[in-house]
Ligand binder design. Structure first.
Ligand SMILES: Cc1cc2nc3c(=O)[nH]c(=O)nc-3n(C[C@H](O)[C@H](O)[C@H](O)COP(=O)(O)O)c2cc1C
Length: 420
């Protein structure tokens, strides 16, 4: 991102819009603060919240990330730092992408499309949710080089709808299919219950107060209309109302998928298959045995299970378990380029951020996607140089202190196979 530059007349050139955003919102925390006052409270809480009171697993993800220390190396030539990477046979400009997020049209109209277009422009992976508010076919057209599709299983009739969604994702050109495992059942998210945020949405007196306090957001929502779940339209019927679609989602996404289902999805999907929400190395081993290409370590951003380990703490044991037989993907409190580097250093191949991108869109609307991608690019490059790292492969060799790392293997004093 460039700042103001002098001209030959000596009069400073006006600041570019990108430079102005960089000056006003240098961190994702700045964007989060603006998002908080800009959108209605129930929408902000839907994004920022976890499961139980105080969102302990969200805080845990953050604390564990902060605890990872990198020992820098100096006096190295870092003039040619490259943050490019490749995954599943495709090139990406940076080791960070946009995580799947459902129902984000409630946070800002067209948020899915804004993020898809920004990811395509930056050439970073973009993962569309099953419950996106923009149809997958349109998102794939906006992000043809970087489009992935995330699937929540719909188990009715032996997964007939899951298989149809898989066929549509293939036809739309998705480069990878991400199967989310960590929502075996919808959890009781207490902040959403208190805010009346249930499907279909119910207006209560406090809702009107929330809306009145967020006039920019209210105007956008009024002019663009309430978000729907268009990937489901084909199954619910063309004339389906918002309530019909919400009811359909609620009735059909009732349980998760089993290892048997995963084996059949593997057969049906010809490109890269990723399992998202893995935290136990034995689950990673089962996935590898079924021919899965990527293990996405995640605790759903702390939104499902308050007792789960922090996501970053689960990485080392899983990376050791898969040991190059599958790629390791990761999300959980990625809020800066430094966090991306931390994840790479503990064994991750590709990181994803959810809320960081969404706060940027909530704060800045259409400009938010590009701003977030540019901020990540700048920060990742700067962190590489500061740590004495010149490439993504090099980052995996950084010296790390990782106090919280979960180790579920044999006890430390048990005999181990010789290294080699
Ligand atoms: C508003 C919101 C909606 C989400 N919806 C989905 C979803 O539809 N499918 C999914 O696999 N994960 C979903 N997630 C989880 C994200 O993909 C990701 O795991 C999480 O946001 C990562 O943590 P971070 O937000 O701290 O970066 C959602 C997260 C948020 C914040």
């Amino acid at each position: 991102m460039s700042g103001s530059q002098g001209t030959t007349t000596g009069i400073p050139a006006p600041e570019t819009p990108a430079a102005a955003l960089r000056r006003r919102f240098p961190t994702f925390a700045d964007l989060q603060r603006r998002a908080k006052w800009r959108v209605a409270r129930f929408a902000y809480d839907f994004v920022a919240g976890g499961v139980g009171d105080g969102a302990p697993n969200v805080a845990h993800n953050r604390a564990a990330m902060d605890a990872v220390r990198i020992v820098p190396r100096y006096a190295l030539d870092v003039s040619a730092v490259s943050i490019r990477t490749s995954l599943f046979g495709r090139d990406y400009a940076a080791p960070v992408g946009v995580a799947p997020m459902g129902n984000i049209g409630m946070v800002w109209p067209e948020a899915d499309a804004i993020l898809a277009a920004a990811a395509q422009a930056a050439r970073i992976p973009y993962v569309s949710s099953t419950v996106a508010n923009v149809p997958m076919e349109r998102l794939a057209a906006l992000a043809p080089d970087v489009f992935w599709f995330q699937l929540y299983g719909l188990p009715a009739e032996k997964h007939a709808l899951s298989f149809d969604l898989i066929r549509r994702a293939e036809a739309a050109g998705a480069h990878a299919l991400v199967l989310t495992l960590d929502v075996p059942m919808r959890q009781k998210r207490v902040h959403d219950i208190r805010n009346g945020l249930v499907m279909p949405f119910r207006y209560r007196p406090r809702t009107f107060l929330d809306i009145a306090r967020a006039p920019f957001w209210a105007l956008e929502m009024l002019t663009k209309g309430q978000p729907t779940f268009p990937n489901m339209r084909k199954y619910v019927g063309e004339g389906a109302s918002l309530a019909d679609m919400a009811g359909f989602v609620q009735r059909n996404m009732v349980t998760g998928v089993t290892w048997e289902d995963i084996a059949s999805f593997r057969e049906a999907w010809p490109r890269a298959l990723v399992l998202k929400g893995i935290q136990h190395p034995e689950d990673a081993a089962k996935a590898v045995a079924l021919g899965v290409d990527g293990i996405w370590v995640s605790n759903h951003g702390g939104r499902q299970f308050d007792a789960a380990p922090a996501s970053i703490d689960s990485v080392p044991a899983i990376a050791a378990e898969v040991a190059g037989k599958a790629k390791v993907l990761f999300d959980g409190s990625i809020r800066s380029g430094l966090d991306v580097f931390r994840a790479l250093a503990v064994g991750v191949d590709m990181c994803f951020a959810g809320r960081a991108f969404l706060y940027a869109v909530a704060a800045l609307g259409r400009a938010g996607g590009d701003h977030a991608a540019a901020a990540f690019m700048e920060e990742v490059r700067g962190t590489f140089a500061q740590a004495g790292t010149v490439s993504v492969a090099d980052a995996a060799r950084a010296a790390v202190l990782h106090p919280g790392a979960v180790w579920l293997g044999p006890p430390a004093n048990a005999p181990r196979a010789p290294a080699g």
